[in-house]
Write a protein that binds this ligand. Structure first.
Ligand code: GAR
Length: 221
């Protein structure tokens, strides 16, 4: 196992992706040291999970800040103070200021429930169904100033069935998310993945020509 990678997780909601990371660590499959879980919602389930796991938490209320940038600056100061080497956005539903996040480009990833570049933003499951897609998925990407527009590291795919509605599709995809995110964090912790020049995703020093694919619970080129 590599030296544990210090991670900060930002989450706005229930935190099942955070739970998946913690479970993988518990099983001895993922060398991470979560140093902070931060949220923009005091009520976020992710905070309760972190408290139960004795991980430091912080909830920042966006309304307490005069400007959006002030919130972001405070958030990133706290993350930096935590000693995190990687920021994982796991259901963090606020748009971050491009200038504030710039120092973290290459050290911050996000999981998004679509096959990017399709369906940036919200309501991805509904949009995939409405478009008549036969396939849907989730992506983990490096975060850049462009919303859901950073280089895609890896994707998990699911077939859409005629019986699917928004809820069934979201639920089925979530199970894949819970394998995809730990798999990507594992390869970052093993120093196999990096963001290279011209925003190219590098695996073992070689630029990927397409996102990695999650097959079963393993990433494949
Ligand atoms: C996940 O489906 C994640 O992909 C999505 O929010 C959910 C969080 O669930 N993220 C986004 O939509 C980001 N744009 P969780 O709180 O149970 O991990």
């Amino acid at each position: 196992m590599p030296t544990p990678l210090r991670i900060a997780v930002l989450a706005s909601g229930r935190g099942s992706n955070l739970a998946a990371l913690l479970a993988a660590r518990e099983r001895g499959e993922l060398a991470i040291e979560p140093v902070l879980v931060a949220s923009d919602k005091q009520s976020a389930g992710a905070l309760r999970l972190a408290e139960a796991a004795n991980i430091p938490t912080v909830a920042l209320n966006p309304r307490s800040y005069a400007q959006r940038r002030d919130f972001d600056a405070d958030l990133f100061t706290r993350v930096a103070d935590s000693g995190a080497e990687l920021i994982v956005l796991a259901g963090f539903m606020r748009i971050l200021d491009g200038d504030t996040l710039r120092p973290w480009v290459g050290r911050m990833i996000n999981i998004h429930p679509s096959l990017l570049p399709k369906y940036r933003g919200l309501h991805t499951h509904r949009r995939a169904l409405e478009a008549g897609d036969t396939e849907h998925g989730a992506s983990v990407h490096y975060v850049t100033a462009e919303l859901d527009g950073g280089p895609v590291i890896a994707q998990a795919r699911v077939a859409i069935t005629p019986q699917d509605d928004e809820d069934s599709l979201a639920q089925r995809l979530l199970a894949h998310e819970h394998r995809l995110l730990p798999a990507v964090v594992d390869w970052i912790a093993r120093r196999r993945l990096a963001l290279g020049e011209a925003d190219r995703v590098m695996l073992d020093g070689v630029a990927l020509s397409a996102p990695l694919r999650l097959l079963d619970r393993h990433l494949q080129v």
